[in-house]
Design a protein around this ligand. Structure first.
Ligand SMILES: Cc1cc2nc3c(=O)[nH]c(=O)nc-3n(C[C@H](O)[C@H](O)[C@H](O)COP(=O)(O)OP(=O)(O)OC[C@H]3O[C@@H](n4cnc5c(N)ncnc54)[C@H](O)[C@@H]3O)c2cc1C
Length: 587
């Protein structure tokens, strides 16, 4: 035991983490390099876009290593890999065409037609976006990018968009993974409206616990500004570093601690939406029986109904104590039972995440050195766990007495289901928390090795969890069999409800000989995965939204009439189909 502890307590910390979303791979995180984990850092505003990668994830100064035996494990599934080529920024800048915006607009102080600014707002973080950013084949760029500083600025911009018949794309942090913000070919010029300058806490009503923010505020700036006054929102998607309040609301996001703090739907109290038909104020009333809930109707509209400018969020005082821990269980069935019973018995945890056996093994490989891996494996084996073991990460957030009660109740459940816990698993929980927002940086590291990675996610009832997981994984693993290519896939549950849970699958495949063929491989996998969800019992997305990539599958979930109602509502606010057309529902 002491040997294991020492392996984790040198210059690095090791962390259970994920590639895209809220989760999964255990990795070395240098202790001094954790600017992302402290909400209380000095971020009183957003990260300037120049400090972010133009063709990948996150801050240019941050990288994430992958362990050699982790990469070896993936290659043992998918075969030898070869890196794809990447174009330079200068090469892509040469392909940005002249702006088609009318002169009246290019002269506005709020509008930029600078080529690099347009390039940096042309794509998000989906797999096709990464292919575009590395091949240089962007296809379309916005004709200009506006940076409003107030609701009045947004009103002016939408009026000008009407006068000059422009397409408008609201842009938050640009972290969409389903093609939400990509301009399309067409005769109407495209104006992207980037909300990055509306990044301040405007008001904090401590009596009602409502904070009013500019909708363009990114995660770290939200929490830093609240933390300065002793408050917290508690919304931590894996993209927290760059994603914004407006994007979370418009795409119905869910954060890692949704069990304790709720999804964005529970946090969003109301606010201002500037639509092409005028300004719509959504009152921040605690509850109402006065007809359909406009607040609910407008969340998830993905930029098609208008632009959220100021948003009122339900906040709470900083917790007295916050802890994250890890436990191992003998198998998936045992782990799943612990999750289901914990949520249905109202145990007050703030997060629960369960990796299946393949994911557990992958995490243990990817996040450790060979000696750390050996030490943990030996420790778990000596306590009776086999290769069926699963890793469960959990957290509490609240006052100490409440946390103590929750942990006592949860430990009882864990023990009843044969868990292995100890100081070492507690350390794994702490290091997970410490490095959790660095996990998305792995994607670039793997990309550079020719290992392509993407994820997809859903939610379904408890009685369908196992079957759905099997279907998703099978669909993905077999998607390239006609080419003789193997796909590695594993899954975890990361958001739990009394009725059911989310399922989140990560998959790896080899880059092909060129970008176009690699994209075709991804398209085959994406289609197989999406069809495995379009069965009426699982949603096409639990947290990433619809965008363009999921739009063809939405009717299977909402039905023809449901799509018609959504279409008519959007049309009533945007009769000229100016706002992000083609996103959410196919027009
Ligand atoms: C590495 C990574 C990890 C991720 N992890 C998670 C996760 O754990 N949970 C999760 O929920 N999602 C996750 N996502 C997906 C993504 O972060 C979410 O969809 C997020 O809500 C997008 O926010 P954004 O500010 O970046 O919005 P953008 O990507 O800029 O836009 C998303 C949509 O919202 C619209 N929009 C943006 N701002 C406004 C506004 N002010 N008014 C009206 N419409 C607006 C846009 O038009 C677009 O349709 C992840 C993405 C990445 C790349």
């Amino acid at each position: 035991m002491s040997k294991i502890k020492s392996l984790f307590s040198k210059n690095s910390t090791s962390t259970a983490v994920a590639i895209n979303d809220a989760d999964s791979i255990i990795l070395d995180t240098p202790a001094k390099d954790n600017i992302l984990t402290d909400a209380s850092n000095s971020m009183s505003g957003n990260t300037p876009i120049e400090q972010t990668r133009w063709n990948g994830w996150g801050n240019v100064s941050i990288n994430k290593k992958v362990s050699s035996h982790g990469a070896k494990l993936i290659k043992s599934h998918i075969g030898k890999t070869k890196k794809l080529s990447s174009v330079s920024l200068q090469q892509v800048l040469k392909t940005v065409p002249k702006s088609r915006l009318p002169a009246a607009m290019t002269k506005l102080a709020t509008v930029s037609i600078d080529k690099e600014v347009r390039l940096r707002h042309a794509r998000g973080q989906s797999f096709p976006d990464w292919i575009a950013m590395h091949s240089g084949d962007f296809e379309v760029f916005p004709d200009g990018v506006a940076f409003p500083e107030s609701t009045a600025d947004v009103e002016t911009l939408l009026k000008l968009a009407h006068d000059h018949d422009l397409i408008v794309i609201p842009f938050g942090g640009g972290t969409s993974v389903v093609g939400h913000i990509n301009p399309q070919k067409g005769s109407r010029p495209v104006l992207t409206i980037a909300m990055s300058k509306m990044d301040q806490l405007i008001d904090l009503d401590t009596e009602s616990q409502i904070a009013t923010f500019g909708a363009g505020t990114q995660g770290p700036a939200v929490e830093a500004q609240l933390d300065a006054q002793g408050y917290r929102l508690g919304h931590y998607p894996q993209s927290w570093e760059l994603s914004t309040l407006g994007g979370w609301i418009a795409a119905r996001s869910s954060g890692q601690q949704s069990l304790g703090y709720g999804r964005i739907e529970q946090m969003f109290a109301g606010g201002t939406l500037v639509t092409p038909q005028g300004v719509l104020n959504i009152a921040d009333i605690p509850a109402s029986s006065a007809g359909p809930d406009l607040r609910e109707m407008l969340m998830g509209t993905e930029g098609r109904a208008g632009i959220f400018t100021e948003v009122k969020m339900r906040v709470q005082p900083q917790p007295e104590e916050e802890l994250f821990k890890v436990a191992f269980l003998p198998n998936w069935e045992a782990g799943k039972e612990v999750l289901r019973q914990a949520v249905q018995k109202n145990v007050r945890l703030s997060m629960l995440r369960l990796s299946n056996a393949v994911e557990t093994d992958a995490h243990l490989h990817l996040g450790t050195s060979p000696s750390q891996f050996l030490a943990i494996s030996t420790y778990l084996k000596a306590r009776g766990l086999s290769s069926d073991k699963v890793m469960l990460t959990y957290g509490v957030s609240g006052d100490k007495a409440q946390n103590k009660l929750a942990l006592t109740q949860f430990n009882k459940l864990l023990k009843q289901h044969g868990s292995v816990t100890g100081k070492i698993t507690d350390i794994m929980g702490s290091v997970w928390a410490h490095g959790r927002f660095k996990f998305p940086y792995l994607r670039g590291t793997l990309w550079d090795k020719g290992i392509m990675v993407d994820t997809f996610e859903t939610a379904t009832n408890w009685n369908n969890i196992d079957e759905q997981m099997q279907q998703m994984q099978e669909a993905v693993r077999n998607a390239l069999s006609d080419e003789g290519e193997n796909v590695m896939a594993f899954t975890h549950i990361s958001h739990v409800y009394k009725q059911g849970a989310s399922l989140y699958t990560t998959y790896f495949f080899r880059a092909a000989k060129d970008h176009a063929t690699t994209l075709k491989r991804w398209q085959k996998i994406k289609q197989a995965a999406s069809l495995s969800l379009a069965n009426g019992t699982a949603t096409i997305s639990h947290q990433h939204g619809v965008g363009r990539d999921h739009a063809p599958y939405l009717a299977a979930e909402k039905g023809k009439l449901g799509i018609q109602v959504t279409h008519d509502m959007l049309k009533s606010l945007d009769p000229e189909q100016r706002m992000n057309p083609g996103v959410l529902i196919e027009d």
